[in-house]
Design a protein around this ligand. Structure first.
Ligand SMILES: Cc1cc2nc3c(=O)[nH]c(=O)nc-3n(C[C@H](O)[C@H](O)[C@H](O)COP(=O)(O)O)c2cc1C
Ligand code: SF4
Ligand code: SF4
Length: 364
């Protein structure tokens, strides 16, 4: 629908997307801006880096679109926002896509929590004029955690999202501020309540999830996953049989899994259980006893703050060494088979996700 009172001459919609949801939302926004006569570009974050000049133009208006991870903005998005040039009052808005569900005829919203607020705050500090934020439900792509929904539910959720995006864009293009909405209030309250969970995700969860990935026997070592990971979190290892190895900076965005031509990337659930027990070992108790502490006073040891610090420090090398060993083990065909067939993804009702209208080339 054409919008009156537009004061912009061009629009740049920048997105970061794992499985196509944020890409799809960015393309809808681009289409609406274009229909309203703006010279429009829809660019992935990587392509935007070389076009930083766009961010300082007065009549250009910028949209940032990205997924929610752990009830907040992914670290990669935080870094991207920090790396932008100073804003010079450039008009910006933020949109987080989140995991909506459909149960029967009821739509259940996801929770993007602090995602849009964190990025808006960074942009405000950098001198941008943030005109509004929105969180929009798209199908969940987090199939390393839970099964995905049916195709019909996905279609219904996506159709609903498209309506919501149209309404938001009409307001933004007609220079209205989009801050005081029920949706933003819902996210603000949940973002505050879940802020500790988000911190836990950023400090621990993100690293744990990254170390669940492995390639099953269908992997032919083509290196596509390594080449197209936007944060360079994959390195191919091995002389004869090259296989992907996931590094610490993986954002668990699921892009590599969505673009692998052989569906060879697994999130190892049985391995996750083993890894949990390894990383949850009470390392501090052992360290205290090595240092000669009296274990009869274990209550004191367990409640001492130093114990928590030692357990936290232990988490990182424990996860790194375990994953290194795991990667050697899964080169043994029998063990690879075992771990592959004890991932939930192989259950008939679980499935994998890529936004239905997003082609492989859109993600590259
Ligand atoms: C690691 C990870 C964490 C996620 N955390 C949340 C969350 O906290 N809240 C939520 O509503 N959706 C969450 N999701 C779902 C995605 O945000 C959602 O499906 C999004 O639309 C994916 O967009 P993309 O395809 O552009 O990456 C998470 C997904 C992943 C992979
Ligand atoms: S894209 Fe798939 S087949 Fe290619 S190297 Fe990665 S995991 Fe292996
Ligand atoms: S390794 Fe895969 S899941 Fe991790 S950031 Fe790269 S593309 Fe995303």
């Amino acid at each position: 629908m054409p919008v009156s009172r537009i004061k912009y001459t061009s629009a740049t919609i920048c997105y970061w997307s794992g499985t196509g949801n944020s890409y799809r939302v960015a393309t809808w926004m681009g289409e609406i801006a274009e229909k309203n006569g703006l010279e429009t570009k829809v660019l992935s974050f990587d392509k935007t880096k070389s076009k930083k000049i766009l961010f300082a133009q007065k009549n250009n208006f910028i949209g940032l679109v990205f997924p929610t991870h752990g009830f907040t903005a992914p670290w990669h998005v935080v870094k991207f926002a920090w790396s932008l040039p100073r804003g010079n009052s450039t008009n910006v808005y933020c949109t987080a896509t989140r995991a909506g569900l459909k149960c029967g005829s009821v739509f259940i919203p996801g929770i993007s929590g602090s995602a849009t607020f964190v990025i808006s705050l960074i942009l405000l500090l950098k001198g941008y004029k943030v005109n509004g934020t929105m969180s929009v439900d798209m199908p969940s792509n987090w199939y390393s955690l839970h099964p995905i929904q049916s195709q019909r539910s996905h279609e219904a959720i996506i159709e609903r999202a498209q309506h919501k995006v149209s309404g938001f864009m009409e307001k933004i293009l007609s220079n209205s501020k989009v801050w005081f909405t029920g949706n933003n209030l819902y996210e603000l309250i949940l973002g505050l309540l879940l802020s500790l969970v988000s911190l836990g995700y950023v400090l621990f969860g993100k690293f744990f999830l990254a170390k669940l990935f492995f390639a099953n026997s269908r992997c032919d070592g083509c290196g596509l996953c390594e080449k197209h990971c936007t944060v360079n979190a994959i390195t191919m290892r091995g002389k004869d049989k090259r296989r992907p190895y996931w590094k610490y900076n993986c954002e668990s965005c699921m892009k590599c899994a969505a673009l692998c031509p052989h569906n060879a990337i697994e999130a190892g659930h049985s391995w996750g259980v083993i890894l949990y027990f390894i990383t949850a070992l009470p390392a501090s108790t052992y360290i205290f006893s090595l240092l000669g502490a009296d274990l009869r006073n274990s209550e004191i040891i367990q409640t001492h703050w130093l114990g928590d610090v030692l357990n936290i420090i232990y988490f990182y090398p424990a996860i790194f060494v375990s994953y290194f060993v795991f990667n050697l083990l899964i080169r043994v065909p029998f063990l690879n088979y075992l771990f592959t067939h004890t991932t939930m993804t192989h259950l008939p009702f679980w499935g994998r996700y890529r936004e239905p209208k997003t082609n492989l080339k859109d993600l590259l």
